[in-house]
Design a protein around this ligand. Structure first.
Ligand SMILES: *Cc1c(COP(=O)(O)O)cnc(C)c1O
Length: 436
């Protein structure tokens, strides 16, 4: 299908095709009670993931001392960012009432990004299965921290295709368990991420092409070896469930901060989106917890708005940004994905309120504003979240159909999901902070 006929069929995509920032409201969004029965996964699946992470906590606490303060639970702080809210209202055209909070997955232990949820979860799940099948595990999960265990896992390989952060999570955890880990990196991946992985003994294969190609190659290689496991970011229910657990943790943090979420107190969550797994899994989890009181908005780069194209056309992984004349190139390396996950697009088709896009220059403005106003550094990809907060008032159908009156909006809480940043080396940080 050519671009012209796609736009004729989907006029809402005209701005996206013209490489302009856009706001897309999802006409398929349904009340959660209705949507729930059509979802491929359930609350019990999230229970299972949460319980598995709890079983692994003693191992994580022992092997990764930075997880000790939370007893081996990989979790991040939730922080009020009032100065950033003022900046967005005064300088970026936002109209936010209520509190703006930052969910700081940028500070997640072990790998410093949201991928420390899904990616690490999938490695742990696979390891538990192998250990049980082979009689290695008898209840005490600190066994994974022994040389005997690492020798056992060294017979096995693990592969993943990545723009960077997923590779860090899979590579670091894979190497810690003992796997021979290989990360297939797309051209967008930053040099320091490759260097860090190689230091940890991970094999890094570099591709001149984009993320989809890196995934394809990794998948093909892994298939040839029966002792090899491929973490499939485009189709993985395990990654999705690892991300979904975040919602329960957020719920507890909101309660601790005495921030109500109910019919009178809506919650808006702004999620940077690449292939879709992280924002999709988190949105799925949030809907389980808060139903129709939470509104999830995805944000993508103008040049890499693959989930927008997939959802708006209903073609999901059957369409890519190049079909629309977009480059897929962006400074938001974690979001530099040309083709969305079909699994995720279908799973969240009735859950997500909309998708907003953002130009690269704005990401750096917001990055500096957050650093100046709040003293918090996050990476460019993570800054995409703020564009969702800026554009909320342009989502007229959402506000009208959900009866989000000015009064209800005054009671709202807004969460910008900061998806990465703490691992970025000082040299790179300075370059980001200086960029104009
Ligand atoms: C991977 C990533 C995302 C998006 O996650 P997807 O599962 O690819 O949609 C957002 N921000 C950062 C920093 C990431 O690394």
């Amino acid at each position: 299908m050519d671009i012209k006929s796609l736009i004729a069929r989907f006029p809402a995509l005209a701005d996206a095709a013209a490489q302009r920032e856009t706001v897309w409201e999802n006409p398929a969004v349904r009340p959660f009670d209705e949507a729930k029965s059509r979802l491929p996964l359930t609350e019990a699946d999230v229970d299972d993931a949460e319980a598995r992470l709890a079983r692994f906590a003693p191992f994580l606490e022992k092997h990764f001392p930075e997880t000790a303060p939370r007893r081996g639970v990989i979790e991040s702080p939730l922080t009020d960012i009032p100065h950033m809210r003022d900046y967005l209202n005064e300088r970026r055209g936002a109209r936010l009432d209520g509190r703006l909070l930052l969910k700081r997955d940028s500070d997640l232990p072990i790998s410093g990004s949201v991928k420390a949820r899904g990616g690490i979860y999938e490695v742990l799940k696979h390891s538990e299965e192998l250990a049980l099948e082979n009689g290695l595990l008898h209840g005490d999960y600190t066994v994974f921290d022994t040389q005997k265990s690492r020798d056992f896992f060294h017979q096995y390989a693990i592969h993943v295709g990545s723009t960077g952060n997923l590779g860090l999570s899979i590579g670091i955890m894979g190497a810690a368990i003992g796997y021979r880990a290989t990360v297939h990196m797309s051209a967008d991946a930053k040099q320091w991420k490759k260097d860090l992985l190689r230091e940890k003994g991970v094999t890094v294969v570099e591709y001149a092409s984009d993320y989809s190609k890196a995934v394809q190659e990794g998948r093909a290689l892994a298939q040839r070896d029966p002792r090899s496991y491929f973490v499939d970011d485009e189709n993985s229910a395990d990654l999705f469930l690892g991300y979904a657990v975040a919602a329960r943790r957020l719920k507890a943090q909101l309660a601790e901060m005495r921030i109500a979420v109910d019919a009178e107190h809506p919650l808006f969550v702004y999620l940077p989106c690449g292939v879709g797994g992280a924002p999709g899994g988190i949105a799925f989890g949030l809907k389980q917890e808060f139903g129709d009181d939470v509104f999830c908005i995805f944000v993508e780069p103008v040049q890499a708005c693959c989930m927008l194209l997939g959802m708006a056309t209903g073609l999901h992984s059957g369409i890519c940004v190049q079909d629309f004349g977009l480059t897929g190139l962006t400074a938001a390396d974690g979001l530099a994905v040309g083709r969305p996950s079909g699994f995720v697009g279908r799973a969240v088709a009735e859950l997500v309120s909309g998708v907003v896009t953002v130009g690269d220059a704005v990401l750096f403005d917001d990055l500096r504003a957050l650093a100046d106003g709040e003293g918090i550094f996050i990476e460019p990809s993570a800054c995409a979240a703020f564009q969702g907060a800026v554009k909320l008032h342009d989502m007229k159908q959402l506000l009208a159909s959900q009866n989000l009156t000015e009064e209800r909006l005054r009671n709202a809480a807004h969460v910008a999901w900061a998806t990465g940043g703490s691992m970025v080396p000082a040299r790179e940080r300075e370059a980001y902070l200086a960029a104009h």
